[in-house]
Design a protein around this ligand. Structure first.
Ligand SMILES: *[C@@H]1O[C@H](CO)[C@@H](O)[C@H](O)[C@H]1NC(C)=O
Ligand SMILES: *[C@@H]1O[C@H](CO)[C@@H](O)[C@H](O)[C@H]1NC(C)=O
Ligand SMILES: *[C@@H]1O[C@H](CO)[C@@H](O)[C@H](O)[C@H]1NC(C)=O
Ligand SMILES: *[C@@H]1O[C@H](CO)[C@@H](O)[C@H](O)[C@H]1NC(C)=O
Ligand SMILES: *[C@@H]1O[C@H](CO)[C@@H](O)[C@H](O)[C@H]1NC(C)=O
Ligand SMILES: *[C@@H]1O[C@H](CO)[C@@H](O)[C@H](O)[C@H]1NC(C)=O
Length: 725
C-alpha cells in the first residue's frame, strides 16, 4: 500500500511528464541513474506524498477536540424533528464549515411519531377485582449531582415510536425475549396468549419484532422491559455503568425502512405519499399498543404472574423472583396515545472535492438524532466525524487534496427507521449507483473498549491495514489490530445483513461497498435517559482516546479509498467468505432435494475473476517502472470502475421475495430478525419456510433462490472481467 501511494505521487513529477511525451535525453540515461534522479526529485521537488499526508492525519488526532464536540452535542435531548435537533444540525454545519468544508442541509418532511399519553396499571387479579390497580409512574429518575437535571426534564417520555394508539387490558403472560421461538414454546407449554398483555424482555431481537410477534400470537398489547440481569451488572449509573432500576430503553417499532409515507421513493417536497390509513395497514407498524418499561416495573409485573414456572433460561438474575408464565392472575391495563405527524428532518452534508476524480465519492456517514442526550448513540460518532473534518482541514492547509471526492453526511431520524440516510439514498440513487466508491458508517463510535468492524468482504483487508497503523487506545504499546485479533470475538469481522443502522440503504438497496465501525459492543444504558456526557466520561471513554482511535481508523480508511490510485478492494476474500456462507446453508438442508452446486460454481468463477483483476492491477502498476511509459489514466480508471461496480452486481432488480426494496441478494435482513445478519437472506428465508412446510414446491422454491443468488454472483465476475461474452 505504501509503495502504491508513493508511485502515484512520483507520477506527478515534472520529469515523468516530460518522459511521457518522449524526451529523448531521458531515454538515453541508464535506468540506475534515472532512478537516483527520480528519487532526488521526489525528495526535493515534489509535494509530500499521499502517504506522508496520511501519517500526518494520524498524528493530528486530538482527544480534547472530540470531547469538546461531544459536550456541545449532548447538552440537551435532541429527538428527530424537534427544535433541539435543528440546533444540533446548525452546530454540525458550522463545525464542518469552520474546518473549511462548506456544508449544506438536505431536508425532508417525513412521518415521525411522538408520545402524547401513556398509562400502565397492574391489578393483582382480573376484574372484578377487589384489590386496587397500581399505576406505574413510568418516569426515569434524575440523579442528584447530574449536571443535566434541567435538560433531562425536556426529554420525551420513554415510548415506542409508531406504536398503535389505543387501550388494552388483559392478564399478563411472560414471553421471554419475544422471539418467534419463545411464542412457539409458550404454545407448546399450553399458555394462552390470546387477549393477554405480553411481558417480554429486551435484548435478543429488534423491539419492532417483539411487538409484532406478540400481536401475531394474539396478544392485546405488549410491555417490553429491561431485565437487570442483561443490563445492570453489579453497579448502575451514576455509581457504575449499568442501567438504573428506573431506566427505560426507548425506540422505534417500525419494521420498514425510510419514511413510512414514501416507501421506495424520496420524501421530496410535494411528492406522492401514502395516507395515514395506508401506513397503518402496511404491516410495517405493529397492530397492537405497546410500552417500554424499566427493570423495576418489569419485575413488579413478573411478581404478579402465576402459573407454571418459566424454563430455566427464561429466568432472571440473582435476587430476581421466580419468573412464571401466566396468564395472570396479574392483570395489566395499558393505554398509549401517539401523535404521528409530518416533521422536517435535516441531513447535514459537506464535501471535499477530489482533485483527479471529482465524480467518485467516498462517503462517511453518522446520524445525529438521539432518543435522549445521545452521548454514545450516536454523537460519539458525530464527535469523531467532526474531529476527522478538523484534521482534514489542517491537511488541506498544507497542500493536500484528495484524488477522489470525500463526502461527510450527518443523518437525521435514524432512530425512527434509518429515515434520513434512506431518503437521501433514494433521492440520489442513480448518482450513487454510478459513482459511489464506498460508504463508511459509524453510529456509536464508542460505547466501551474493544474494536468491532462489519464490512462487505472486499474491504476486510483495508480495515485490517488501518488498524495496524492506529495505536490501541487502551494500551499504547500495541496497535488496535493486536488487541482486536486477540479479542474473544469468534468472528473477527461482521457482515452487513442486518438493518441496525444507516449502511442499510447503501448496501442493501444499491450495493455500495460499506463498513460499519465502533469501539465497544452493546452498552447498558442504550436508548435511556442515562446515555449522557457524564456516563461517557465516567465509563465509556474517560480520556477520549477511544474516540480518537475510532476517528483515526475511520479517517484512514477514507483517505486510502480517496487517495490510492488503485482501489484496494479484494474480491478474493469476498469469494472465500461466500464459500463459507454457502457451506453453512448447505449443512442446514443435508438430505433435502436441493443442490448448491450452481452457487459454488459461480463463486469459483468469482474467485478466478478476482485473481485475474489483481494480476491486471499488478501489471498496470509495473508499467510505470518501464522507462518512458506512463500509466494510462483511462485504463486505471476502467479497472477501478470494475472494482467499484462488482458489488452493484450482487443486487437484483426484483429484490428479495416479498421485500422488493431489499435488492442485495447476499446481504439483507432475515425475515424474523431485523438485527440479524445472515448471508443469502432469500435462500435462508426459503429454507426456513420449506422446513416448516416440507412439501416439494417449497424445496423447489429454495432451489430457485439458490439459482438467483448464483446468477448475481456470476454477474459480479463478469463485471470484474470487464468483457462482453
Ligand atoms: C384464550 O383466551 C381467550 C381470551 O381469554 C379466550 O377467548 C380463548 O377461548 C382462550 N383459548 C383457549 C384455547 O383456551
Ligand atoms: C383500564 O383503565 C381505564 C382508566 O385508565 C379504565 O377506564 C378501564 O375501565 C380499565 N379497563 C379495565 C379492563 O380494567
Ligand atoms: C401532534 O403534533 C403536532 C405537530 O407537532 C401538533 O401540532 C399537534 O398539536 C399534536 N397533537 C397532539 C394531540 O398532541
Ligand atoms: C499491552 O500490550 C503489550 C504489547 O502487546 C503487552 O505485552 C501488554 O501485556 C499489554 N498490557 C496490558 C495491560 O494488556
Ligand atoms: C477472553 O476470555 C477470557 C476468558 O473468558 C477472559 O479472561 C479474557 O479477558 C477475554 N479477553 C478479552 C480481550 O475480552
Ligand atoms: C486527553 O489525553 C490526555 C493524555 O492521556 C489526558 O491527560 C487528557 O485529560 C485527555 N483529555 C480529555 C478531554 O479527556
Amino acid at each position: 500500500m505504501e509503495t502504491r501511494m508513493d508511485t502515484s505521487s512520483v507520477d506527478k513529477t515534472p520529469l515523468l511528464d516530460r518522459t511521457a511525451t518522449g524526451a529523448p535525453s531521458a531515454r538515453r540515461l541508464s535506468a540506475g541513474v534515472l532512478l537516483i534522479l527520480l528519487l532526488l526529485l521526489g525528495l526535493t521537488a515534489s509535494p509530500p506524498s499521499k502517504a506522508t499526508y496520511h501519517s500526518l492525519f494520524l498524528s493530528l488526532g486530538d482527544n480534547a477536540t472530540a470531547a469538546r464536540h461531544l459536550l456541545a452535542l449532548t447538552r440537551s435531548p435532541h429527538v428527530a424533528g424537534t427544535p433541539a435537533n435543528a440546533d444540533a444540525a446548525s452546530y454540525v454545519r458550522s463545525a464542518l464549515s469552520a474546518a473549511s468544508f462548506p456544508a449544506h442541509v438536505a431536508s425532508y418532511d417525513v412521518l415521525l411519531s411522538y408520545p402524547v399519553l401513556r398509562s400502565l396499571a397492574l391489578s393483582p387479579s382480573p376484574p372484578p377485582s377487589s384489590a386496587p390497580a397500581t399505576a406505574f409512574r413510568l418516569v426515569q429518575e434524575i440523579y442528584p449531582g447530574v449536571p443535566y437535571a434541567d435538560a433531562a426534564a425536556e426529554a420525551l417520555p420513554a415510548f415506542h415510536a409508531y406504536a398503535r394508539s389505543g387501550s388494552a387490558a388483559g392478564p399478563a403472560v411472560y414471553a421471554n425475549y419475544g422471539r418467534v421461538e419463545d411464542f412457539a414454546n409458550l404454545r407448546a407449554m399450553g399458555v394462552n396468549v390470546t387477549g393477554a398483555v405480553v411481558l417480554a424482555r429486551y435484548g435478543k431481537i429488534y423491539r419492532g419484532e417483539i411487538v409484532s410477534n406478540a400481536a401475531a400470537a394474539g396478544a392485546a398489547a405488549a410491555v417490553v422491559y429491561t431485565d437487570s440481569k442483561d443490563y445492570s451488572g453489579d453497579r448502575w449509573f451514576p455509581d457504575g455503568p449499568g442501567m438504573p432500576p428506573s431506566g427505560v430503553q426507548a425506540g422505534s417499532t417500525y419494521r420498514g425502512i425510510g419514511d413510512p409515507t414514501t416507501p421506495g421513493w424520496p420524501s421530496s417536497a410535494g411528492c406522492e405519499r401514502l395516507s395515514a390509513a395506508e401506513v397503518a395497514t402496511s404491516g410495517m407498524t405493529p397492530g397492537i399498543p405497546s410500552l417500554p418499561v424499566s427493570a423495576r416495573d418489569g419485575e413488579a409485573i413478573q411478581r404478579s404472574i402465576g402459573g407454571q414456572a418459566a424454563p430455566h433460561d427464561w429466568q432472571g438474575g440473582e435476587g430476581a423472583p421466580v419468573y412464571r408464565l401466566g396468564p395472570g392472575p396479574g392483570f395489566l391495563n395499558l393505554t398509549y396515545i401517539g401523535n404521528e405527524t409530518l416533521a422536517t428532518i435535516e441531513n447535514v452534508c459537506a464535501m471535499i472535492e477530489g482533485e483527479d476524480e471529482p465524480d467518485r465519492y467516498v462517503i462517511l456517514g453518522n446520524h445525529r438524532d438521539a432518543w435522549t442526550f445521545g452521548a454514545v448513540d450516536p454523537n460519539s460518532g458525530t464527535a469523531a466525524l467532526l474531529e476527522i473534518a478538523q484534521r482534514l482541514g489542517k491537511l488541506q492547509k498544507r497542500g493536500w487534496r484528495p484524488r477522489r471526492t470525500i463526502v461527510f453526511c450527518n443523518w437525521d431520524a435514524e432512530e425512527y427507521g434509518l429515515i434520513g440516510s434512506t431518503e437521501w439514498v433514494e433521492e440520489n440513487k442513480e448518482m450513487l449507483a454510478s459513482r459511489a466508491i464506498a460508504y463508511l458508517n459509524v453510529d456509536c463510535a464508542v460505547g466501551g473498549p474493544g474494536f468491532h468492524a462489519s464490512t462487505t468482504p472486499q474491504l476486510d483487508e483495508i480495515i485490517k491495514q488501518a488498524t495496524k497503523k492506529v495505536q490501541d487506545p487502551d494500551n499504547f504499546s500495541q496497535m488496535v489490530y493486536d488487541s482486536w485479533v486477540n479479542s474473544n470475538d469468534s468472528k473477527l469481522i461482521g457482515r452487513l445483513g442486518g438493518r441496525g443502522t444507516d449502511f442499510a440503504a447503501f448496501v442493501q438497496h444499491i450495493g455500495v461497498p460499506s463498513v460499519d465501525l465502533s469501539f465497544g459492543g452493546g452498552y447498558p444504558v442504550y436508548h435511556s435517559l442515562y446515555d449522557d456526557f457524564v456516563w461517557m466520561q465516567k465509563f465509556g471513554d474517560p480520556l477520549f482516546h477511544r474516540h480518537v482511535a475510532a476517528a483515526s481508523i475511520w479517517g484512514l480508511v477514507a483517505l486510502t479509498l480517496a487517495d490510492d490510485e488503485f482501489l484496494p478492494f479484494n474480491y478474493i476474500s469476498y469469494a472465500l467468505e461466500l464459500q463459507g456462507s454457502t457451506k453453512t446453508l448447505e449443512d442446514e438442508v443435508l438430505g433435502m432435494p436441493v443442490t448448491f452446486t450452481p452457487l459454488y460454481r459461480s463463486i469459483e468463477e468469482l474467485e478466478k475473476a478476482a485473481t485475474n483483476i489483481d494480476k491486471e492491477k499488478k501489471a498496470l502498476e509495473l508499467e510505470v517502472g518501464l522507462v518512458g511509459r506512463r500509466k494510462d489514466p483511462l485504463k486505471v480508471r476502467e479497472l477501478n470502475d470494475r472494482l467499484m461496480m462488482a458489488e452493484r452486481a450482487f443486487t437484483d432488480r426484483e429484490g428479495l421475495f416479498h421485500r422488493e426494496w431489499y435488492k442485495h441478494l447476499i446481504y439483507g435482513p432475515s425475515l424474523h430478525d431485523d438485527y440479524g445478519s445472515n448471508s443469502f437472506p432469500g435462500i435462508d428465508d426459503a429454507i426456513q419456510k420449506a422446513k416448516s412446510l416440507n412439501i416439494s414446491d417449497s424445496w423447489r422454491f429454495v432451489q430457485h433462490e439458490v439459482w438467483r443468488a448464483a446468477r448475481v454472483v456470476t454477474q459480479a465476475s463478469r463485471v470484474l472481467h470487464g468483457k462482453l461474452t
